[in-house]
Each structure stands twice: as structure tokens, then as C-alpha cells.
Design a protein around this ligand. Structure first.
Ligand SMILES: [Zn+2]
Length: 264
């Protein structure tokens, strides 16, 4: 019998280093914090019993702001992400991606901004399939535009600035979230705001480490924020960010007075 070769997926990630790396948000020292197999999904999909692929993904955590991240994918192109994560299997790992979540989010935007809708330009950043904007247009918003560099139909750069930019479940997917936030900021009118979701770490994250349910390379959850990390990230652009609930946030320089939103 000839020598057997182990055939594994042709996935190449950056080799881990035991050195402190600079935090992607605040440049604080970030040491190795935990490791998960590439195929590890978020908690909701654990029942799928996905086979391990033997590719370790190391996460680090910043000692200053608590940002939890991996640099394993920092050499990947958009095509690499499309091939290995946002591929035909992705919906299995994120079953609410298609209709349920965007329609629920559109309903929330309508409840908050319904009175101003006929004058509002809305951009959905990272909007995937355009379902949220279709719903907002049906609700009567003046304009609702989808932008998503991962989806060819919506990859064109949006024109001008928008009163409201929505960005649901996106920041945790970005290998360079500062770059992503910088791009979002360029789309926001002043006054104007960004309504975005990403789940921040619980206070007892150390009890779970990378086993905390929201961390999952196969879901593309590679940048996990704390409240402090979000504040540092947005402050670089002169934005405040307010935690509406642990998963939902509003960032802005100045809120339009006509919105009658009172922030803490
Ligand atoms: Zn940091």
C-alpha cells in the first residue's frame, strides 16, 4: 500500500503567533485567548454536528478594550470569504439570514422612524439579499438602498449620504472592522445615525472564553466587540455609540432634531 495522504479542504489561514499583537480597534496588547476548529458554528447550529476540518482558528483578546478577534483570515480576499464561508452552505449555519431577520428588522425601523419615513433616505449596509430595503420601500420610506460587497447585485458603491444607515449582524463578520466602520461613516449624513446590531460580550466572558455561543469561525463571527471597543471604534470618527440592548446600538454625531429620539 502506498502512503496515504490526508485530503483536507484547501483552506489556508495565517499561522498563529504567540506574540502579543496590537488590537485591531485600540492597538492594546492582545494575547492568544482560545482556539476553535474552522468548522465550529455558533451555538444555534451545534445540533448540526458539523465534522471538524482540523484547521485551528486562534482568537485573541485585547487587554485594554476587550475586543475578541482572530487574525487567521487577515490575508483572505473577498473571494476567499465567498468560497469558504459565505458559500452555498452558509444558509445552513445562518438560517435566519434570508427573510425572517431582515423582515423583523424592517418592522423595527418602521416602528422607530415611521413618522419620518417619507423624508428619509435609508442605506442598508451589508444588507445581503435586499429583503430589508424591499420591506422599507413597501412601508413608504422615501428611499431604501442595499449595499453589500459580498453580493454582486448590491456591490455598487452607494451614492451620497443617508439619513439612516442600518447595519445588521455585519461588524462581527469583518476582518478589519475599523475599515468597515470608516466606510459606513462616509455614508451617513450629519445629522444622521447608524442603527446597527452586533452582540457585545457578556461581563463574565472569561467563564466561557471562545466557547461563548456567539463566537464561530464557520459563521464568520470573527470580530467580537465589547461596549468599550465599540465606543473606541466609533469615537475615531467623532461618533457616539449608545447600547440600546446588548445586540442593538445607535451611533451618531448629531441626531436630527425632528426624530425626537432621546439618548442617554
Ligand atoms: Zn483593544
Amino acid at each position: 500500500m502506498g502512503k496515504k495522504e490526508l485530503v483536507v479542504a484547501t483552506i489556508t489561514v495565517r499561522s498563529p503567533s504567540s506574540a502579543n499583537l496590537a488590537c485591531k480597534i485600540c492597538h492594546g496588547p492582545s494575547v492568544l485567548y482560545g482556539v476553535l476548529d474552522f468548522n465550529h458554528p455558533c451555538e444555534e447550529q451545534k445540533h448540526l454536528r458539523v465534522p471538524l476540518v482540523g484547521i485551528p482558528i486562534y482568537y485573541r483578546r485585547c487587554e485594554t478594550c476587550g475586543f475578541l478577534f482572530t487574525d487567521a483570515f487577515d490575508d483572505w480576499s473577498l473571494d476567499d470569504f465567498k468560497t469558504h464561508i459565505y458559500n452555498g452552505d452558509y444558509q445552513i449555519f445562518d438560517p435566519h439570514y434570508c427573510d425572517e431577520r431582515p423582515n423583523a428588522n424592517a418592522g423595527m425601523v418602521m416602528r422607530i422612524w415611521g413618522p419620518q419615513k417619507t423624508a428619509m433616505r435609508v442605506l442598508d449596509y451589508g444588507g445581503g439579499n435586499g429583503v430589508l430595503c424591499t420591506a422599507l420601500r413597501a412601508y413608504g420610506f422615501k428611499e431604501a438602498v442595499t449595499y453589500d460587497p459580498m453580493v454582486q447585485a448590491y456591490a455598487g458603491q452607494p451614492n451620497g449620504r443617508f439619513d439612516l444607515v442600518t447595519c445588521f449582524e455585519t461588524l462581527e463578520h469583518l476582518p478589519d472592522p475599523m475599515d468597515g466602520i470608516g466606510k459606513i461613516v462616509k455614508c451617513v449624513a450629519d445629522p444622521g445615525a447608524v442603527l446597527y446590531s452586533t452582540l457585545i460580550q457578556p461581563d463574565d466572558i472569561h467563564n466561557y472564553g471562545v466557547a461563548w455561543w456567539y463566537v464561530g469561525p464557520r459563521n464568520g463571527h470573527i470580530s467580537i466587540f465589547t461596549k468599550q471597543a465599540l465606543e473606541v471604534a466609533w469615537a475615531k470618527h467623532g461618533f457616539k455609540t449608545v447600547v440600546l440592548n446588548p445586540a442593538l446600538h445607535l451611533a451618531y454625531r448629531n441626531l436630527p432634531p425632528g426624530w425626537n429620539l432621546t439618548m442617554p
